[in-house]
Design a protein around this ligand. Structure first.
Ligand SMILES: Nc1ncnc2c1ncn2[C@@H]1O[C@H](COS(=O)(=O)NC(=O)[C@@H](N)CS)[C@@H](O)[C@H]1O
Length: 486
């Protein structure tokens, strides 16, 4: 299914307004009212979604030998300044604490924009030998960046409240290289579980993380066709261990500085689950992160006798859902019509709705309504235990497939700058061109296509063989991806 079915038009053409609407309507996140720009409030329902996303991230990292830690929020200026490229990269984004009470501090303290400096400083005390390596730490904390580009709920925050930062230490360059590759596999698993599609690119030299040897990034295409960087992994070489003097004894007894990587995810993971899978009725949540996986909406009975029978029947449904271990809600509010209930739970993206009225109680059947495809089926109540778990799997798979076909429809290979510019102008998405690999041509392409460079594939793409760089005419050694970015 290329492009979008008609009924999801609003979702793609007024994405930003839709996104703000769904965050509020579904009770996910309250943004724009808190009196600090770029900072919002996780509301109860949204907090439950975030909690399950964080649980997934923790499970994947813990199973891969990562150790969760917790570092101080405040980083003294003396530490932050130790790695020159890093501080240059973050200079304009750091929030500073300058006073303790009424007293000015002799050393001003940064609210961490990320934690390489505080973590590497402590590693200089902890890590002395290759025998202790590799070490894989991570923390899930708030970080603070005084973003100057337009802030947006969950997408570009000044307090990034769900920042998972992993920091690893290795005995040599190659093992850090291997760790970046592992980080990429772990991120693929996390995004695949959430059905989020991605393009993986090596960022160009002129747009890598401040202090990195190289950066690999996961980008997705949002409903409005702009790309969002949803995860990054960096090889940090010895750029932090040298200034922080993290020396290790090698097997031959010689001393060398350790090698590092770092890799991060943020609130953007929640943003993309909502944005990518959503439709005009609101959020559509994969069952794995849905706070409520099934909502039961009784269809009111007319007379007293039927009402009693229906109540018993709803009780039986509830008992079965409880035994199944499903996260469910029985919406038996009697001052709200079923139609309104459908609207509310659809906006919240509840994956499955069960409707049951007097007829269903009579025939011992249930109406199952899928949130993703909106289709309804009637089953016998005795089929619930067998069909519900499979329905969850179907929903997760169909959301993932629909998202990937969307992404594939938004990535286009072109041979000329004119084509690239036209595609970006008319369709947005990602354009991919043959490239000689030079920074000069890369920057010229940003100018001429009027889009940002995402970078190049990790493996040399076959299709550029025999093609020329559209800027300088030299043989293309790889491809370059451009897009309008968030
Ligand atoms: N202002 C922001 N709001 C929301 N998410 C952000 C923001 N800035 C960065 N992110 C997310 O956080 C991820 C990691 O940030 S980063 O700067 O690329 N990398 C680091 O900070 C490294 N220390 C790895 S943790 C990014 O890929 C992006 O998905």
């Amino acid at each position: 299914m290329l492009g979008l079915p008609a009924e999801r038009r609003r979702w793609s053409q007024e994405f930003s307004r839709w996104f703000d609407w769904v965050l509020e309507e579904a009770g996910i996140y309250d943004y724009g009212r808190y009196p600090v720009k770029g900072m919002g409030v996780w509301m109860p329902y949204g907090f439950q979604i975030r909690r399950r996303v964080v649980e997934l991230i923790r499970r994947v990292l813990d199973e891969a030998g990562h150790e969760e830690v917790l570092f101080p929020l405040l980083i003294p200026e003396t530490l932050l300044r130790k790695e020159s490229e890093h501080i240059r990269g973050f200079e304009g984004e750091v929030y500073w604490v300058t006073h303790g009470g009424t007293e000015p501090l002799d050393v001003k303290l940064a609210l961490r924009p990320t934690s390489e400096t505080s973590i590497t400083y402590m590693e200089s005390f902890w890590i002395k030998s290759y025998k202790q390596l590799p070490r894989k730490f991570y923390q899930i904390v708030s970080i603070f960046r005084y973003e100057t580009k337009a802030t947006r709920p969950l997408i570009r925050l000044r307090e990034v409240t769900t920042f998972k930062e992993a920091h690893t230490v290795h005995a040599d360059f190659e093992d850090a290289d291997r760790q970046v590759a592992e980080a990429i596999e772990l991120y693929k698993r996390i995004f695949d579980e959430l059905g989020i599609p991605y393009v993986i690119s090596r960022r160009p030299e002129w747009d890598k993380f401040a202090g990195a040897v190289y950066t690999v990034a996961f980008d997705t295409v949002m409903p409005d066709g702009r790309t969002l960087q949803i995860g990054t992994a960096h090889h940090l070489g010895q750029n932090f261990t040298i200034p922080f003097e993290v020396r290790i004894q090698l097997p031959d007894e010689s001393l060398d500085y350790a090698w590092q990587t770092s890799y991060g995810l943020s609130d953007r993971v929640v943003a993309t689950v909502i944005a990518i899978h959503g439709d005009d009725r609101g959020a559509v949540l994969p069952p794995i992160v849905a706070p409520i996986q099934v909502v039961v909406v009784p269809i009111p009975a007319r007379d007293e006798e039927q009402r009693k029978r229906l109540q018993e029947y709803i009780g039986e449904i509830e008992e079965r859902l409880r035994r199944l271990g499903v996260r469910y809600r029985i919406d038996d509010r009697d001052d709200v019509r079923p139609g309104r209930k459908f609207y509310e739970w659809e906006a919240r993206g509840v994956p499955v709705r069960i409707e049951a009225g007097p007829r269903e109680a009579e025939n011992r059947t249930l109406v199952l309504a899928r949130r993703d495809t909106l289709e309804k089926t009637t089953i016998g109540i005795d089929e619930l235990e067998e069909k519900l778990p499979r329905l969850f799997e179907d929903i997760a798979r169909s959301l993932r497939e629909r998202a990937w076909s969307w992404l594939r429809s938004k990535v286009k290979r072109v041979d000329t700058v004119e084509e690239a510019r036209r595609v970006i102008e008319q369709e947005r998405g990602i354009v991919e061109l043959p490239w000689c690999g030079s920074e000069a041509c890369g920057l010229r392409l940003e100018e001429e296509v009027d889009a940002g460079v995402l970078g190049s594939p990790l493996e040399r793409p076959e299709w550029v063989r025999g093609k020329q760089c559209p800027v300088c005419g030299q043989p293309a050694v790889t491809s370059i991806r451009l897009a309008k970015k968030y």
